[in-house]
Design a protein around this ligand. Sequence first.
Ligand code: ZN
Length: 373
Amino acid sequence: MAKGIKLFRVLGIRISVDWSWFIIFGIFAWSLAYGYFPFRQPGLGPLTYLTLGLVSALLLFSCVLIHELSHSYTANRLGLDIHEITLFIFGGVAELTKEPEDPIVELKIALAGPAASLVLAVLFWGASRLIPSSSYPLVRAVVSYLALINLVLLIFNMIPGFPLDGGRVFRAIWWARTGDIDMATRIASRIGKGFAVFLIIWGFLNIFTGNFTGGLWSVLIGVFVQQAAESGYQQLLIKRMLEGVKIRDIMSKGVIHVPESKTVAEAVDEYFFKYHFVSFPVTANGRVVGLISLNNVRALDKERWATTSAGEIMHRLASEDALAPENNALDVLTKMSAENGGRFPVVDRGELVGIVTRRDIMKMIEFKSGLGR
Ligand SMILES: [Zn+2]
């Protein structure tokens, strides 16, 4: 998962933004300043439009954030741990560590976001009615825009294709009625993909008939929904297969490790050339202190190999890097995608007991899917 820029904390949840967010924020502010507001409120200066655009885009993203927080807050109250939300191009992605265990929980979490958007839409609509347009035309224009955009967010999110909220609602209802979550997920993601294809075709039709900007948005959102439906479904399958699997079930034991005091030259001859692994845990008195990889070796001048110890060039292992045998297999998968690492030492009370690789996990997934799970 791409690492975002950390912003602040609300309700114990860390809020980050992905780089893509800045691009989309700019496009939004720009199209509001040069498209929407000049059309709604003609005859103002360019600086006024720019301010309106920036303020409205910021408020819009605050509304998206409230929508996402509402999901996460509900999830946390129902016992799922969510510590972080990353805002991406369209909306946000809450880091969900566990899948909901029953359809009612899923339904509540899925509905919490759209419920927040509905409340916001009604509030802004009410406010826009109360603000006299004669004295505060600009405030009223922004508030009416927010009412509209929250309604759009609500409708868009309630489309019944997974992984949109509506898709989760659909899946929860199907799951509750049939007890078959796999089937429910498959159908919901198919609807999601179908909707994506519709958006893309619709977008191109618009582009070819002259509505370039509207069409482009439609295509972009379509591509986004398509990818989210696909990866959301894959992730779900993997999560379901690794449910209840512990690190100890998949790790390889009898790990070859490099003592800290070995020189890099020795490490290359006695370990890298001999065993052909890309990295080895480094130990001092039987305790894991780091990880030495081919990249670490390559980064060091060859003349210094004989005089530098493995401990000097290794990647030091922080306590949160270490996996315990009791950890869930899903944890290592999350770590792997976050750090792009291949091999993770498993440590029990400071002592090296095994190693987990991507292949170990894939083997478990293959094994379980072979059993028809
Ligand atoms: Zn949502």
